[in-house]
Ligand binder design. Structure first.
Ligand code: MTE
Ligand code: MO
Length: 327
């Protein structure tokens, strides 16, 4: 089903604006709108009916390959409860931000990843650590073990979902590599493969995608490396085979498809902060009272639901993380 482009990005109301619209001139938008002849190019924040229609016609997520049947589905850790319904799987796996594939549509990454090979996948853990490590992602996952946790997820664009992620705590991996006392930050670098990821030819961004956390944030038990969702391995469009999940921060802090994890003494630069420092801070905690310069963060839109609900401080995780920020 084609999504009708009813509005142009330059006349969108503030709450519908996605970050990239800042950078693309009118001419560039016209070029992107014709990109790949995909048709369904639009800014969709606020366009729930189209999203629902698209999601229900999307291909079913792949089944768990035989080699991973020992890991998925994973036992749910019931200590992490959320007072919201779990988002429909077909929404969470087809409404994506994955700029390596397409920065202009949420709906196309799920199709554009089709020919992208992700197995085997080498991950390098390096920098200020006593035991640097190079390991294939599934081997790492098996080494650390997995559990399922239902978390809220909040994008800076003010849409939200609730997802049963599968993975392991970041601190498990950190402890494995024995960081030096001087390590104060941990950096996540995503893959670089423009032959498969057409968005990486977009010169408006610096590739590969890069993000980072303070060490004390990464050590918080809520912070996870995620390898699966909805009882199965991660779909490629959701950041397979290994991504971060930092549920009290805006979604862009959780880098997808990570190939390198680096420990450093100084604060590493980050993708969105470099692109627009006045709009995307290093910390990027979910804070309802801190508006984005171009839209309010006081309310959010839950995928698959009508209307808006209040945003919660630290995305509902204040009890677990407020101490990290002096509160
Ligand atoms: N490598 C990479 N990681 C990324 C992004 C991206 O474009 N590339 N987008 C970020 C943003 S803005 C969000 S909201 C989430 C979206 O994750 P989802 O598609 O699984 O919902 O991934 C984050 N991680
Ligand atoms: Mo996002």
């Amino acid at each position: 089903m084609a999504v009708i482009r009813t509005r142009r990005p330059w006349d969108l109301p503030a709450q519908d604006v996605t970050p990239e619209s800042l950078y693309l001139s009118r001419r560039d938008w016209l070029r992107w709108a014709g990109f790949g002849g995909l048709g369904a190019v639009s800014l969709l924040a606020g366009c729930d009916n189209s999203v629902m229609a698209q999601a229900t016609t999307a291909p079913a997520p792949p089944e768990t390959p035989r080699r991973l049947k020992d890991l998925y589905p994973a036992r749910r850790n019931e200590a992490y409860q959320v007072d919201r319904a779990i988002t429909a799987e077909n929404l969470a796996t087809t409404y994506n931000n994955f700029y390596e594939f397409d920065s202009s549509s949420k709906l196309t990454p799920a199709r554009l990843v089709e020919k992208w090979p992700i197995h085997p996948w080498e991950v390098e853990i390096t920098g200020l650590v006593g035991k640097p490590l190079k390991i294939e992602a599934e081997a790492l996952t098996r080494r650390l073990g997995v559990e399922e946790r239902v978390y809220r997820f909040r994008c800076v664009e003010a849409w939200a979902m609730t997802v049963p992620w599968i993975g392991f705590e970041m601190r498990k991996l950190i402890e494995l590599v024995e960081p030096l006392g001087s390590a104060k930050f941990v950096r996540f670098v995503s893959f670089l493969d423009p032959a498969h990821a057409p968005g990486q030819t977009n010169r408006y961004f610096k590739w590969p995608y890069y993000e980072a956390l303070r060490m004390d944030e990464a050590m918080n038990p809520l912070a996870m490396f995620v390898t699966g969702m909805y009882g199965k391995p991660l779909p490629k469009q959701n950041g397979a085979p290994l991504r971060g999940i930092v549920p009290w921060k805006y979604g862009y802090k959780s880098a997808k498809s990570i190939v390198r994890i680096e420990f450093s003494e100084t604060r590493p630069p980050t993708f969105w902060n470099d692109a627009a420092p006045a709009e995307y801070s290093f910390l990027s905690n979910v804070e309802p009272n801190v508006p984005h310069p171009r839209w309010s963060q006081a309310t959010e839109r839950i995928l698959g639901q009508e209307g808006r609900v209040p945003t919660r401080l630290y995305n509902g995780y204040a009890a677990q993380v407020a101490g990290l920020y002096g509160g």
